[in-house]
Design a protein. Structure first.
Length: 168
């Protein structure tokens, strides 16, 4: 994982931030290679969770995770995942973005604390992993499950088709 500053540029629309960061991650990896070396593929992804005009990054500690989950409890929020694929043969960067909506049930204090005890909140935007225990709290999804996990499969395949690869 490239070490980049994940702070979005001031004034950038929230829906553009994941694409910006996914592309920035790819660029950071590509720049590590010598200019004479051929780079076949470099792939990056970024996910942003937000509600209204507030976005939720990766919590730094359990108290921040608790606060985020309380704010998402009983509410609908948006999950945007963007992917970027650099094709070294063509020196071409292609990106795609998928927007989904997730509605949480109202979480009891016991459910919240039990979830926090799993440590699944570490290192993920919005303090939850849909593929883990948090799926018990998700009332409704509008969009792509794989995108909420962090890899929008349809969009990834769309990029591959654009570059001449298919599953056929």
């Amino acid at each position: 994982m490239p070490d980049i500053d994940e702070t979005p540029p001031e004034g950038m629309d929230l829906d553009k931030v994941p694409e910006y960061l996914a592309s920035k991650k790819v660029d950071a990896v590509v720049r590590k290679f010598p200019s004479t070396q051929t780079i076949p593929w470099v792939f990056g992804a970024d996910t942003l969770v937000f509600k209204g005009d507030k976005y939720y990054g990766k919590p730094e500690n359990i108290d921040e995770a608790r606060k985020i989950l309380k704010e998402l409890s009983g509410e609908t929020h948006t999950v945007i995942t963007s992917i970027a694929l650099f094709n070294g043969k063509n020196s071409y960067l292609s990106t795609r973005t998928c927007v989904s909506k997730v509605t949480f049930a109202e979480l009891s204090e016991e459910e919240l604390e039990a979830y926090l005890d799993t440590d699944e909140w570490h290192g993920v935007a919005g303090a939850y992993r849909i593929q883990g225990m948090a799926q018990c709290f998700i009332k409704k999804i509008e969009g792509s499950y794989s995108s909420i996990v962090g890899l929008p499969i349809f969009e990834f395949y769309d990029i591959l088709k654009e570059q001449g690869y298919t599953i056929l």
